[in-house]
Design a protein around this ligand. Structure first.
Ligand code: HEM
Length: 463
């Protein structure tokens, strides 16, 4: 049996080949690295490709956190509860493969990857309509070859690591810059303690495809599975590296997304007025979940302290409860494409993504005695996701921006969508679908990003 056979199902960590698989792939894909702070170091290599390759196969490779190492670190952390270890991952863009002189035969082939985020591949049916790169932040306008992701619970130690890496990169790069992310917490006062939220104020990171069998079993035990199966085969996130048997990587999307919190709140308040509901209930309709994570759709009651995720939209085909334009319905239609677009459940499920984003930016306005208004800029999400083919991300972003997903004329995603010709969406009142027409969108701005590949640990060591 080859490791390739593992891809067709979720990972049973007791399988004789599981360890070899986890040793070979980078961490953060099978499950999130879960550190409180991150630094993303973006690199444009200089012409000395040999030196860059030596750094990658040497110093960088020694620091990498494989899935196996990540697992060991989690076990050690549970036992010791100390400050743990830094997490390190490394990604190359298509331009990076070219710059390093890596053979085309072993370079990942996805069309979106090869065209890069700054352009749209010719002839593809599904595309993301981003603002032109000249409107991105200056750092992102030029060529980006690689990204190093460092995660750490200890901010000072993270600063030291960034400093060391930046110095190491000085001789092999033309340009480097760093983005910093910090988990944001909020206590909803419901006994769950500090919960991870995004800048609009909602709990984030609840619904994820689970690729490890034990994680699937745990989620089903905690949240139920009558309406939604969180499981996924390894092939959702991993793909074989071309012409490298038994080596696996994952495509990575990185996008710095600015959030205009003030505009979101203004629209939310106006929507609340139009529907005669509270501001929090209006925001819940825009997201598909309340601020504390509770789905707008009825869901199986989870175990105490756990988050509900066992719901789908089959009982709400007219969108009387959860609008089509709500963020979670746009990005994970949970059956809608089977009903409205004649897709199979299997194909819909194969378009899910593994989200690994982290917020950026300070929020002095959230201090208890602050009189500051909510920010219009300077805060947002360092959005990251892994997938085995980039269409998984592309189709979600395209659907979020589109007026016509999942049905013609429903308008853009009310949280994420960006569309200068957005159609007013229909909103329910008291279980009556399409009771009010109101446009809510354009709060998230793409500030820059790139498509990357997370190669296997052994591929990087071979450079
Ligand atoms: C600043 C931008 C964004 C914000 C504020 C945001 C916020 C949220 C929130 C609050 C949730 C609900 C919590 C959860 O289910 O985990 C969520 C879920 C989700 N988001 Fe986003 N998100 C953003 C960007 C994106 C992007 C760019 C994508 C993909 C193109 C995306 C895809 C998803 C998916 C797939 C889910 C889970 C849906 C489900 O399985 O029910 N999000 N997001």
């Amino acid at each position: 049996m080859s490791l390739q056979d593992l891809l067709t199902s979720s990972l049973d960590t007791n399988h004789p080949d599981a360890l070899a698989f986890m040793q070979g792939v980078q961490g953060n894909i099978l499950k999130g690295h879960d550190r409180l702070h991150t630094a993303q170091i973006f690199v444009t290599f200089n012409a000395n490709a040999q030196a860059a390759r030596a750094w990658i196969s040497g110093d960088l490779s020694r620091r990498l956190t494989s899935a196996k190492k990540q697992d060991e670190q989690i076990k050690e952390y549970r036992a010791k509860r100390d400050k743990g270890h830094p997490f390190v991952a490394f990604f190359l863009s298509y331009q990076g493969y070219v710059r390093l002189g890596i053979a085309d035969s072993v370079t990942p082939a996805d069309v979106y990857f090869r065209s890069g985020m700054k352009s749209v591949p010719a002839g593809e049916q599904n595309v993301v309509a981003d603002p032109p790169p000249r409107r991105w932040e200056p750092n992102f306008r030029g060529r980006i070859d690689a990204m190093v992701l460092v995660g750490d619970d200890d901010r000072d130690r993270l600063d030291v690591t960034v400093d060391v890496l930046t110095k190491e990169l000085a001789s092999t790069s033309e340009h480097t810059f760093v983005e910093r992310g910090d988990v944001q917490h909020f206590d909803f006062g419901d006994g769950r303690g500090n919960i991870e939220i995004e800048h609009f104020g909602h709990q984030d990171g609840i619904s994820q495809p689970r690729m490890i069998k034990k994680d699937i079993d745990d989620e089903i035990a905690e949240r139920g599975s009558a309406n939604w199966n969180p499981g996924a085969p390894l092939s959702l996130g991993f793909v074989g590296e071309p012409n490298r048997p038994d080596e696996f990587g994952s495509y990575v999307v990185f996008r710095k997304l600015g959030q205009n919190v003030k505009a979101f709140r203004t629209a939310r308040d106006a929507l609340a007025g139009a529907l005669g509901v509270s501001a929090d209930d209006a925001a819940a309709l825009a997201v598909g979940r309340h601020r504390n994570g509770k789905p707008v759709m009825p869901a199986t009651a989870p175990q105490p302290g756990k988050d509900a995720n066992d719901f789908n939209f089959k009982s709400d085909l007219s969108a009387a409860l959860c609008p089509y334009q709500s963020h979670v319905r746009k990005t994970n239609p949970r059956g809608d494409t089977v009903v409205f677009l004649d897709q199979t459940e299997e194909s819909e499920r194969s378009l899910r993504i593994l989200r690994r984003g982290i917020p950026f930016g300070e929020r002095p306005d959230l201090a208890p005695d602050s009189m500051l208004p909510p920010p219009e800029s300077g805060v947002g999400l360092l959005f990251m996701c892994y997938q085995s083919k980039l269409i998984q991300f592309v189709i979600q972003q395209e659907g979020a921006d589109s007026n016509d997903f999942v049905k013609t004329g429903v308008g853009p995603d009310a949280t994420l969508g960006n569309n200068t010709a957005g159609a007013a969406q229909q909103w329910p009142i008291n279980g009556n679908p399409a009771a009010k027409s109101f446009l809510m969108s354009n709060f998230v701005t793409m500030l820059g990003g790139e498509y990357f590949f997370a190669p296997s640990v052994s591929f990087l060591a071979s450079l």
